[in-house]
Design a binder for this molecule. Structure first.
Ligand code: ATP
Length: 259
């Protein structure tokens, strides 16, 4: 049975950059979006640059508050001011677009992965190290990387550290923003395979924000198409070639449809 783990209902967000010309109509980065992500699925969010994907993701993560609408994650209403967002943040984690930027260059791999355990006072230092090494093993980073710094790692290895850091608190949902686009194709494939494996072994739900239509095709179960902040369509990847589509989706996926 489909069980929604994220529910977004008529959500809008503007950054308030109204010009004199547009002062009667706020310019919405996200404009009246409604969607639901089911437990255990890989849900893609696609759209051109500036279409509002990251803004939507940040609202789902509780980093940004919507101007209008409701967001429920794991049965908690994020828009309810009584919800403790830092409790929620353990259950829904984010992997950044650029692992160069998201890892602290002055801190070791071990420190970066353990950071959340420190912040939440989980275990003593031996237990934290044990948990970190176990997770490093799961993301195929050998123990020898524990004391290394980000500049001593390849792009793919940095991405593995970013994924391990996101998983250390055992989240239920992982939001990945262009997680593989900076990597070359073979490394991308290995990171996607890793995410698929982790999804199964850790019972994760994945939300994947991307420009890359091939990633969508091979990796996602369902996909939301966003244009100018508005939801154009949600489609099922399995029936993509036989289902009718919104004209914008057809335009966006033209090359794949012609294959
Ligand atoms: N902090 C901000 N202040 C003002 N405007 C912003 C801010 N962040 C995003 N925007 C604007 O909101 C719109 C949506 O941006 P957003 O980053 O959500 O799009 P995106 O689809 O994730 O783009 P990309 O794929 O390039 O990352 C854009 O017009 C952008 O310029």
């Amino acid at each position: 049975m489909r069980q929604p783990i994220i529910e977004v209902e008529n959500v809008s967000k503007s950054y308030g950059q109204n010009s004199w010309f547009s002062r009667n109509k706020p310019e919405y980065a996200v404009d009246g979006v409604t969607l639901a992500v089911n437990r255990g699925e890989t849900f893609g969010i696609v759209g051109e640059s500036g279409s509002g994907k990251t803004t939507l993701a940040h609202m789902i993560l509780g980093i940004l508050r919507p101007d209008n609408g409701r967001i429920k994650v794991l049965e908690h209403e994020l828009t309810d001011s009584k919800v403790n967002l830092s409790d929620m943040s353990n259950k829904i984690q984010f992997v950044f677009q650029d692992p160069h930027g998201s890892l602290n260059p002055k801190k070791t791999v071990g420190w970066s992965i353990e950071e959340a355990l420190h912040i939440h006072n989980v275990g003593d230092s031996a237990k934290r190290k044990e948990a970190t090494l176990a997770l490093m093993d799961r993301v195929s980073l050998s123990e020898s990387y524990y004391d290394r710094y980000p500049h001593q790692l390849s792009g793919g290895q940095r991405q593995r550290v970013a994924i391990a850091s996101a998983l250390i608190m055992n989240p239920e949902i992982l939001v990945i923003d262009e997680g593989v686009s900076a990597l070359d194709v073979s490394i991308q494939a290995s990171i996607l395979n890793l995410l698929n494996e982790l999804k199964k072994s850790m019972n994760l739900t994945l939300v994947f924000i991307t420009h890359d239509l091939n990633v969508v095709q091979y990796f996602c179960d369902r996909v939301a198409v966003i244009k100018d902040g508005q939801l154009k369509e949600i489609f099922n990847v399995d029936t993509f070639h036989t289902d009718p589509h919104d004209s914008y989706t057809t335009h966006l996926f033209q090359s794949i449809l012609e294959d």
